[in-house]
Ligand binder design. Structure first.
Ligand code: KG4
Ligand code: ZN
Length: 296
């Protein structure tokens, strides 16, 4: 156990398993290579080694089959993952994007037409879950671990800071929350912390969720856009889903299926198909971009 993803190991594992994964995907789906219209691959953001392995493989694979290769921004794919379950979703909509590396609110006007309404100044929400879980000794990934142990906890037991919650404007900050948990744990000591770990985890989770939903509400008020989607790994959190439905009951809020929240190939293929339909395949030499930004 390393308490996170080790870049060097991740790229070696990608190299080791990639062709087998592709082979299995083809045989399980019953689609032959000749039936493929294109090959979709994540260009970024992500870890350089893993991205390069994927991009090189996809370029070789698509050139061998003489079909286009479509490089995808994986953050954009998170936003579009909602169309897989809700093909009737209409523009414009707001997307609260909450993953391990990003916490952003987007106004999505059309494919390729996005406005960033606000984002985190420091840690992402998923990162706050991961760091919190590490402090509490709950393992990695932190989100599911905190969610699980919080189920029996009192989420109002401890008042952790909720940065910017009362402030106008869409921005987030989660690094103070993590520090506050660290201070709490070192003040209370291991034994007392372990005896009420569910309460601590539930209160920490609530602090994250409260801020996310209150900023989503602000974005809805600011834009007047009534449809919102929540996407990215943290969108798998059931307490977040319940809370969003309760607090924003007057609005239309959608979540992807749980299997489509954390990083997955289906959302990458789905978005590539949208671009392919618009005839916007990537140039022949595709690059991997670890810090790729989504722009409007
Ligand atoms: O989108 P994702 O799979 O990868 C990135 O693009 O970062 O998101 C991963 C993040 C991790 O920080 C993980 O702890 C968080 O999503 N996550 C969750 C849950 N499942 C995954 N956070 C809260 N509750 C969950 N159930
Ligand atoms: Zn992701």
């Amino acid at each position: 156990m390393f308490g996170g993803v080790v870049p060097e190991i991740a790229s070696r594992e990608h190299e080791k398993w990639l062709s087998l994964v592709v082979k299995n995907a083809l045989s399980e789906s019953g689609v032959s290579m000749n039936e493929l219209d294109g090959v979709a691959v994540t260009r970024g953001p992500g870890l350089m080694g893993a991205l390069l392995t994927g991009v090189s493989f996809a370029m070789g694979f698509s050139q061998g089959l003489s079909i286009p290769c479509i490089g995808i921004n994986h953050i954009e794919a998170h936003i579009f993952s909602n169309f897989i379950d809700y093909p009737e979703l209409k523009y414009p909509f707001i997307c609260l994007l909450v993953s391990g590396g990003h916490t952003q609110i987007w106004l999505v006007n059309a494919l390729g037409n996005y406005e960033l309404l606000g984002e985190t100044r420091d840690d992402a929400a998923g990162e706050a879950f991961d760091k919190g879980a590490r402090i509490l000794g709950l393992g990695y990934p932190g989100g599911p671990a905190i969610e699980k142990i919080s189920r029996n906890g009192d989420e109002d037991a401890i008042a952790f800071p909720q940065a910017f919650i009362k402030k106008e404007g869409i921005e987030f900050s989660f690094s103070g929350l993590k520090t506050s948990l660290l201070n709490y744990v070192s003040k209370q000591g291991k034994e007392r912390v372990n005896s009420r770990i569910s309460d601590i985890a539930a209160s920490y989770q609530k602090a994250i969720i409260n801020v996310l939903i209150s900023k989503l509400k602000q974005a809805i008020d600011l834009t007047g856009v009534k449809i919102s989607v929540i996407a990215g790994g943290v969108a798998a959190n059931k307490r977040l889903r319940e809370f969003a439905k309760k607090e924003l009951s007057n609005f239309h809020i959608l979540f992807p299926d749980l299997s489509l929240c954390t990083d997955n190939a289906a959302m990458i293929a789905f978005l590539a198909e949208e671009y392919l339909r618009e005839n916007t395949a990537s140039p022949i030499y595709l690059d991997a971009v670890p810090n790729l930004r989504l722009v409007g």
